[in-house]
Design a binder for this molecule. Structure first.
Ligand code: 6R9
Length: 567
């Protein structure tokens, strides 16, 4: 049957997910129950939930029944530590099974789970744990040192739970609340899952903006209606799929679609805790017979660099559906995907704040390379005028991407930051902060972000975070960070630095600044290029004009500079 978007618009609503879960308004709903115990109750107990491969290629398998016992073990342990429902529990782990299973364990206990990239340096962890007043962090020996460095600045942090503890390796500081927890040894058959409701807080994900510290987007347990339905209709997940999502759960893609969505549907997920290598990726897909793959444009461009030949050497005949998220997917990427795999990459657009896919190419929908597709049929999305919030109906005119609230996985707050949250709404729309146009067929075409946030390899980096951190570098008087276009990562961080008197530019100083950011914030935020300047362009009110620096960098018209200090 030909693809018919209008029929889907008519037929598809979030009620389908509620019905599938037997949910009625006012019922209790805990998303860990849906993702774990419900699968066991439905006869999937012996089915593989998680196929985990570590860096060395060793495989650990977990069935849904294992998940049930282990998440009970986690929830029981957390409760006994005195962690209460509503408390924030950070997970600061590499992609270990404990991350995925612990995530569900925290939710079963009623606490709020706050995932953090394990690549984060101590300052990035500090900012997020300080803002949320997290009471616990789940980590591993490898990252314990970073926690210890910031511990005395985090008075609310009472528990540091170490999942790979071994007395022979390092002694834990028990007096400071450090405690070992061996997940696999805590298998509990029965546990009273905490009774959460549709609006009970579940996941707290931090995301970067242009100004200020990262903001915590707070989600609730009923987000699962949206994650379940989009996993089914966009990722096209079916019961017998083997699904692989490349995203780390420090990023919302790695939780909404790297943990929650696929498990809500009882699907088998593959997780590989290893860095990028095109050959290893194809080997993974071949070995595990991956059928559905969710990836990102930067990864696609890295695969493209290595050519088609490594793809053709593998038997990837199981692969039947591919999706992409995080940055604009170039038409070349789509063309290459067709050539390499004989399939289309289906672009999906969404955000930490939206919690689930908003605009997308649905399976069966003709893909126009370079377009993000159309609104998910249970949603109303448009481009609107940035001032009035009126819907733009003119074909091809660029406006702000806007979604009509509410939807189940929409953030309910920025943690402790109502003013910023309210600024996200205009004329009854939620404003994403991205610009796009819509063509005559209703397809959305991304044109850019509406702020100075840097998108590097799909990861958002706030210029302010880099600039603030650099103020602590002994040589830096002030700095400005921008995204410089990059053929693989879309953007990389470039910083303009004005030095303090007595310091002079040198290669050593370059390196020292790069390393400073890599260690304090993360490798993602590390500048790839540093330019030393005498002073930075500023508005009369003292704001750094990053756009001017960016325009200069791109060799573009500089435009109106009337608000500059001394032009
Ligand atoms: C899921 C996620 C959100 C921002 C978003 C936009 C960019 C995401 C995109 C895309 C073009 C796509 N973005 N998907 N840009 N095409 N398909 O990425 O969440 O980390 O919060 O980033 O990423 O700028 O506003 P998050």
């Amino acid at each position: 049957m030909a693809f018919d978007y209008e029929t889907l618009r008519r037929d598809i609503s979030w009620d389908i997910a509620k019905k599938q879960l037997g949910y009625k308004d006012g019922d209790t709903i805990n998303l860990a129950y849906v993702c774990v115990d419900r699968n066991v109750e439905q006869g999937r107990g012996e089915k593989l939930a998680l196929v985990h491969e570590n860096h060395e290629g060793e495989i650990r398998n977990y069935t849904y029944h294992d998940l049930q016992l282990l998440t009970n073990g986690w929830a029981d342990f957390l409760g006994k530590q005195g962690i209460a429902p509503g408390d924030r529990v950070c997970i600061f782990l590499d992609r270990l099974p404990e991350l995925y299973i612990g995530f569900m364990g925290v939710l079963k206990s009623g606490a709020v789970v706050q995932p953090l990239f394990s690549a984060f340096g101590e300052e990035s962890v500090f900012q997020r744990a300080d803002d949320s007043r997290a009471v616990a962090v789940i980590t591993q020996h490898k990252h314990l040192g970073k926690i210890r460095k910031i511990r005395d600045r985090l008075p609310d942090l009472k528990h540091v739970i170490v999942v790979d503890h071994d007395d022979a390796k390092k002694r834990l500081r028990e007096a400071e609340g450090e405690v070992g927890f061996d997940m696999d040894a805590h298998r509990i058959p029965e546990f009273p899952i905490f009774k959460t409701y549709a609006e009970s807080p579940s996941v707290l994900h931090y995301t970067s903006g242009t100004t200020g510290k990262p903001k915590g987007a707070l989600h609730v347990h009923s987000s699962i209606f949206a994650q379940l339905l989009t996993s089914k209709l966009v990722l096209d997940l079916k019961d017998d799929d083997i699904y692989w999502c490349n995203a780390d759960p420090g990023w919302v893609t790695g939780t909404s679609y790297g943990i929650i969505g696929p498990w809500a549907l009882g699907v088998t997920q593959v997780v590989v805790d290893a860095g990028f290598s095109s050959d290893r990726w194809y080997e993974t897909m071949e070995k595990h017979k991956v059928t559905v793959w969710y990836t990102a444009p930067t990864a696609i461009r890295m695969l493209m660099k290595d050519g088609i030949e490594p793809v053709k050497r593998r038997d990837l005949s199981s692969l039947r559906h591919m999706c992409s998220v995080g940055e604009p997917l170039n038409p070349e990427g789509v063309h290459w995907g067709r050539e390499a795999f004989g399939l289309d990459y289906h672009d999906t657009f969404w955000q930490t704040e939206t919690g689930s896919i908003m605009i997308t190419n649905l399976p069966g929908m003709p893909v126009k390379p370079g377009s993000m597709g159309r609104p998910f049929p249970a949603l109303t999305a448009a481009v609107v005028d940035p001032i009035t919030g009126e819907r733009i109906t003119e074909v091809g005119r660029v406006g702000m991407i806007a979604i009509q609230p509410p939807w189940p996985s929409m953030m309910r707050a920025y943690w402790n930051n109502t003013a910023t949250y309210l600024k996200k709404f205009l004329n009854g729309w939620y404003i994403c902060g991205d610009r796009a146009s819509v063509d005559a067929d209703g397809y959305f075409w991304f044109s850019g972000r509406d702020d100075d946030v840097i998108n590097t390899g799909g990861h958002l980096v706030g210029p302010f975070e880099i600039e603030s951190a650099l103020l602590e570098h002994e040589a830096v008087a002030e700095s400005a960070a921008i995204g410089k276009p990059d053929p693989v990562n879309m953007e990389v961080v470039k910083v303009f630095v004005a030095l303090k008197p007595g310091f002079t530019a040198s290669d050593d100083l370059d390196l020292s600044i790069m390393n400073f950011i890599r260690k304090r914030l993360s490798p993602l935020a590390m500048p790839q290029e540093i330019e030393f300047v005498d002073k930075l362009p500023k508005t009369r009110s003292g704001k750094i004009m990053r756009r001017l620096l960016k325009a200069k960098e791109l060799g573009q018209e500089i435009g109106d500079t009337s608000t500059l200090d001394d032009d």
